[in-house]
Write a protein that binds this ligand. Structure first.
Ligand SMILES: *C1O[C@H](CO)[C@@H](O)[C@H](O)[C@H]1NC(C)=O
Ligand SMILES: *[C@@H]1O[C@H](CO)[C@@H](O)[C@H](O)[C@H]1NC(C)=O
Ligand SMILES: *[C@@H]1O[C@H](CO)[C@@H](O)[C@H](O)[C@H]1NC(C)=O
Ligand SMILES: *[C@@H]1O[C@H](CO)[C@@H](O)[C@H](O)[C@H]1NC(C)=O
Length: 310
């Protein structure tokens, strides 16, 4: 795994072509040769196919946009129910609370570190939050909510999709956007998928191997569904199931974290590659991550968890 991680981190996109469109074939260096990272996009609106020329994806500029990333700065903490009970959330007290930990950029639930190639699919519903500027935080400010596979105990790759809200500066109004990413390749904004506060999204990531899969992001509040079919992504471990609120990265700096309305991940589950019981791939037993002073998270039951602004 160590070797794998090393060469995956050296993977790069040799072509930055195709800033717009609905497919891409880009060369990546996988460490032993050059191969194609490819994807195609299909979309529907209320069940009808959206013509290809109306589908818009934009590659996020590194350094100039709110790029999501793998988890940074884990610090183990002992179980602490009082952490989880802070904020606006009321939930039943569980006799055995989930483990808790803090991170510099991830808040939410992560079921991590099982043996490789366990997770086939991850699913969740969530509502895009209402975001407001946070005093005392630098600009740009951004918060991304997403579901994904890996990026925690498996740092070399991460397949993820969700939404983001961002303020470029203190005078800018909020921008709400949808996106997907197969790290270490760059993120893509799905510009033709409208996002508004309160919209319900359904995200399903269905891997067909550790290097291929489909991301489906549906705005069920508006009737849109986007499916991105990807091949030759960097090798996933398929060991971490993530339902996360993230403080993205601009270049080498973390974004400031704006305030956001509570984000509930609902019907949050993962399924196994080999079938069998998936009940232990849900929220219970996941680590509840918090970003100290900014965001906290709590489990509700095996399919529901919540993150909120501190
Ligand atoms: C959005 O979906 C909701 C139900 O989720 C429905 O009530 C509403 O009509 C839809 N809006 C549009 C624009 O399709
Ligand atoms: C890397 O790409 C080469 C093609 O140039 C391929 O033969 C090789 O199997 C790939 N390695 C991995 C680990 O996927
Ligand atoms: C703030 O960002 C907006 C774009 O969202 C831009 O038009 C404006 O010029 C920026 N203002 C400052 C002061 O940087
Ligand atoms: C996931 O992909 C498999 C093929 O690998 C397919 O049989 C299955 O129906 C898909 N599941 C969902 C929920 O899309």
């Amino acid at each position: 795994m160590k070797l794998f991680t090393t060469f995956l981190l050296s993977a790069f996109l040799a072509t930055q072509a195709l800033a717009q469109g609905n497919s891409e074939a880009a060369k990546i260096n996988n460490g032993t040769g050059t191969e194609e990272f490819t994807f195609t996009v299909e979309a529907t609106f209320r069940g009808k196919k959206i013509p290809k020329n109306e589908i818009r994806l934009n590659k996020m500029a590194r350094g100039k946009d709110a790029n999501p990333g793998k988890k940074l700065g884990l610090e183990k903490k002992k179980n602490s129910q009082s952490d989880n009970d802070a904020g606006s959330v009321k939930r039943p007290r569980r006799a055995t609370p989930n483990p808790a930990a803090s991170s510099g950029n991830w808040c939410g639930s992560v079921r991590r570190g099982m043996s490789t190639n366990q997770i086939k699919l991850i699913h969740a519903y969530f509502q895009h939050p209402t975001c407001t500027k946070r005093a005392g935080q630098t600009y740009p400010q951004a918060v991304a909510q997403w579901a994904g596979i890996d990026g925690d105990s498996w740092g070399g790759a991460l397949l993820q999709s969700g939404t983001v809200c961002k303020f470029d500066n203190s005078s800018a109004t909020v921008r709400n956007e949808a996106w997907w990413q197969w790290l270490p390749s760059g993120a893509y904004t799905i510009s033709s998928l409208p996002v508004a506060p309160g919209d319900w999204f359904e995200v399903t990531i269905n891997t067909t191997s550790n290097r291929a899969g489909k991301v489906t992001l549906a705005n069920i509040s508006k009737g849109y569904a986007y499916t991105i079919t990807i091949s030759n992504g960097a090798a996933l471990g398929r060991v971490d199931a993530d339902w996360v609120i993230e403080r993205p990265t601009y270049g080498s700096s973390l974004a400031g974290l704006p305030k956001f309305s509570d984000v509930w991940f609902q019907k949050a589950y993962a399924t196994r590659v080999k079938g069998g019981p998936a009940s232990n791939l849900g929220i219970l037993g996941s680590t509840q991550l918090q970003i100290p002073g900014l965001c906290a998270s709590a489990e509700y039951d095996n399919e529901n968890a919540v993150s909120w602004s501190l």
